[in-house]
Ligand binder design. Structure first.
Ligand code: A2P
Length: 277
């Protein structure tokens, strides 16, 4: 119970967000209820869920079982394409609040831009109204590419966060540079490379051996040292705790460069111009 709590980053609107969080996909409600309680008791304070994961009820149950005050926890959720309108976003938010059984959301994201229906600008405008009404503390996007963000910028709209696939094999340098230039915090989904073989990479293994820690800890520390918020997912309590224990580790400039040189083409990478829900 006396686990270390991760430090926070300040979003552009002044809201404090933990520098690492728990990804909850593909936990079901029952798994999320257990996983979230364990994670909170091991020191996690940022939880990442989504309407599409169908586990918000379980996440809410895990929060209540943990006994940790609501205001110490940072909840992120996301909504699907059918809600991309001003009224739709309001309804999506109310539905998430009801499933989570909370009265505000810390960060609400447009899950995918779905440019084929071309309503993500309206969705963002809807988010800003929710923020004004106090139902959400911070607003953002997920899986937005530079062209999608540019449509928002053209209207003077800037998300506080853009959550993207980001790990040493998927660098997205242009997108991350754009985030920096606009004060947008980058969150990383599948920071450990998901079901790929990133954690078996020999360069990462060598760095891990040098620091007497795991490959996962090296990769997560690499995210944190460049101010990207990783959302590793694990159902395993030991790994959950290990993944949080990356704040006493320091990678050298040379190690950061080695990790930043591992990018490779991934034909299976989801393209937000083609994929969305
Ligand atoms: P498990 O749930 O068995 O721990 P990502 O966060 O990039 O999507 O990756 C998630 C995958 O990485 C899951 O399969 C998870 O498996 C595994 N994983 C999470 N943490 C660790 C860790 N510390 N060491 C090894 N594998 C891990």
């Amino acid at each position: 119970m006396n686990a270390a709590i991760a430090p926070t980053v300040t979003l552009s609107n002044g809201v404090e967000m933990p520098r690492i969080g728990l990804g909850t996909w593909p936990m079901n409600d029952a798994e999320a209820a257990v996983g979230v309680e364990v994670a909170l008791n091991s020191g996690y304070r940022l939880l990442d869920t989504a309407e599409n994961y169908a586990n918000e009820r379980g996440v809410g149950e895990g929060i209540r079982k943990s006994g940790i005050s609501r205001n110490e926890i940072f909840i992120t959720t996301k909504f699907n394409r059918k809600w991309h309108s001003i009224e739709g976003v309001h309804a999506a938010c109310e539905a998430s609040l009801a499933r989570l059984k909370v009265d505000y959301i810390d960060l609400l994201l447009i899950h995918w831009p779905n440019p084929d229906q071309d309503r993500y600008v309206e969705a963002f405008q809807g988010l800003m109204l929710l923020q004004k009404a106090g139902l959400v503390r911070a607003v953002g996007t997920s899986n937005f590419k530079p062209a999608h963000l540019q449509r928002l910028f053209d209207l003077g709209l800037v998300p506080q966060v853009n959550q993207i696939q980001f790990d040493p094999y998927h660098l997205r340098s242009d997108l991350v540079a754009l985030h920096h230039s606009k004060g947008i915090v980058t969150e990383a989904w599948s920071p450990l490379g998901g079901s790929g073989n990133l954690l078996q990479d020999p360069i990462i293994a060598a760095i891990a051996e040098r620091h007497a820690c795991s490959a996962a800890q090296i990769v997560l520390r690499w995210h944190i040292q460049q101010d990207v918020i990783p959302l590793p997912r694990s159902l395993n309590p030991q790994r959950m705790a290990q993944n949080l224990d990356v704040f006493n580790l320091s990678l050298s400039e040379e190690e950061m460069k080695l990790l930043g040189g591992l990018e490779r083409a991934d034909p299976d990478m989801l393209d937000a111009d083609q994929f969305g829900h």
